[in-house]
Design a protein around this ligand. Structure first.
Ligand code: SF4
Ligand code: SF4
Length: 305
C-alpha cells in the first residue's frame, strides 16, 4: 500500500487534489481512498488530506502518520509544520516552491521534488490555485499514475466543479508541472516546535463544575447535565465511580464526560451522580482504569457510611 499525505491551506484545492488523484488511480485499475482532516478550518489555515493506494481493496481509514509520499502545496508551510514527520526513509517530498531541492531544509534528509506550481498556476489558470500543477509534479515524481490518466481525472473532476474551460487550463498546468519538476535531496536538521494540546493541571482547574448552570433567554437551563430539568442521572441504575487510590488526576475524564458531571472537589476528582447517565466514556478514557460502574444499591451504601 502507498500512503500519501497532502499539506495545503484552506481554499487552495488540497482536498480536490487528493480526489483527482484517487480518480486517476481508479483509471489505472487500482484502489484508492482519500479523505481530508478538518479542524476549525478557514481560508488560508493549514489543512491536511490523505490518500491510500493499493492493488486490493483498502479498509484502513486512519490518518496517515508514516507516509511514503508527502505533497506540499504551499512552501510557507515548511516553516510551520514538520512536513517530513514520519516520512519513510525512501520516501519523497513533492513541494511547490521556487527553490531547488538542495535549497530546502526539512527535519531530515529525504528525496525532494520541486516545482514552481504557483507560477505555473498563475500563468496557466490565472489564479494561484496549485492543486492541478502539484499533481503533475507528483505524477512525474512517483510511478503511481500515468500523465494521461491524471489529465483524464483532472478534466473530469475540475469540469464538474469549474466548467470545461477551467478544466482544460488545469490540465495544461498539470502537464507543464510534469515537465518542469526537478529532483534532488534536501538538507536535514530543521527543528520544529511541538504543539502540545493544552490541558490544565489539577491545581489550575477551578473547584466545582466548569460550566455553571445558566438560564438562557428562552427559559431553558444549560450547563452540566444539559439542563437541570433533565436529571440525566435518572437514565440508568449504574453510576461511574472513581477509585481515588488509582486516580492520577490527569483530568481526561473531566473533559470527556458528555454531561460535564466529573469535577474537582478540593483535592479529588468526583462524579456528580445526579447527572451521570452511565455512558461509560470516562471508563474508556481513564488511563489508570480508576473508574468503574457501581449500582444505585452500592451508592446507597456509600452515602449511608
Ligand atoms: S459514565 Fe462517566 S462520562 Fe458518562 S456521564 Fe457518567 S461520569 Fe460522565
Ligand atoms: S481519567 Fe482516570 S486517572 Fe484521570 S482524572 Fe479521571 S479518574 Fe483520574
Amino acid at each position: 500500500m502507498l500512503e500519501i499525505r497532502f499539506h495545503g491551506r484552506g481554499g487552495t484545492g488540497t482536498v480536490t487534489a487528493s480526489r483527482a488523484l484517487a480518480k486517476a488511480v481508479f483509471y489505472e485499475g487500482k484502489h484508492a481512498v482519500t479523505f481530508p482532516s478538518f479542524g476549525a478550518e478557514r481560508r488560508g489555515a493549514p489543512v491536511l488530506a490523505f490518500a491510500r493506494i493499493d492493488n486490493k481493496k483498502i479498509t484502513k481509514r486512519t490518518q496517515i502518520y508514516e507516509p511514503d509520499i508527502v505533497v506540499v502545496l504551499d512552501d510557507s508551510l515548511l516553516e510551520l509544520t514538520d512536513v517530513a514527520k514520519g516520512l519513510k526513509e525512501n520516501g519523497i517530498c513533492v513541494v511547490n516552491t521556487k527553490k531547488k531541492p538542495e535549497e530546502i531544509q526539512l527535519s531530515k534528509v529525504v528525496k525532494v521534488a520541486t516545482v514552481d506550481a504557483s507560477k505555473i498556476a498563475r500563468e496557466e489558470i490565472g489564479l494561484e490555485i496549485t492543486n492541478s500543477a502539484i499533481l503533475g509534479a507528483l505524477a512525474k515524481s512517483v510511478n503511481i499514475v500515468s500523465l494521461s490518466n491524471l489529465l483524464k481525472a483532472i478534466k473530469e473532476v475540475f469540469a464538474v466543479k469549474l466548467g470545461e474551460s477551467a478544466a482544460e487550463k488545469n490540465c495544461n498546468a498539470a502537464k507543464r508541472a510534469y515537465n518542469e519538476t526537478t529532483f534532488g535531496q534536501c538538507k536535514g536538521g530543521k527543528s520544529y516546535q511541538e504543539h502540545q494540546p493544552w490541558l490544565p493541571t489539577v491545581d489550575e482547574l477551578p473547584i466545582g463544575t466548569i460550566i455553571p448552570k445558566t438560564k438562557v433567554k428562552t427559559g431553558q437551563m444549560i450547563g452540566p447535565g444539559t439542563a437541570n430539568t433533565r436529571i440525566t442521572g435518572t437514565w440508568s441504575h449504574k453510576k461511574a465511580f472513581i477509585d481515588t487510590e488509582k486516580c492520577i488526576k490527569c483530568l481526561q475524564c473531566v473533559f470527556h464526560c458528555p454531561e460535564g458531571t466529573i469535577h474537582r472537589e478540593e483535592d479529588i476528582i468526583k462524579v456528580d451522580w445526579s447527572y451521570c447517565k452511565a455512558c461509560g466514556v470516562c471508563i474508556n478514557i481513564c488511563p489508570k482504569s480508576a473508574i468503574s460502574f457501581i449500582t444505585v444499591k452500592d451508592i446507597a451504601e456509600i452515602i449511608s457510611k
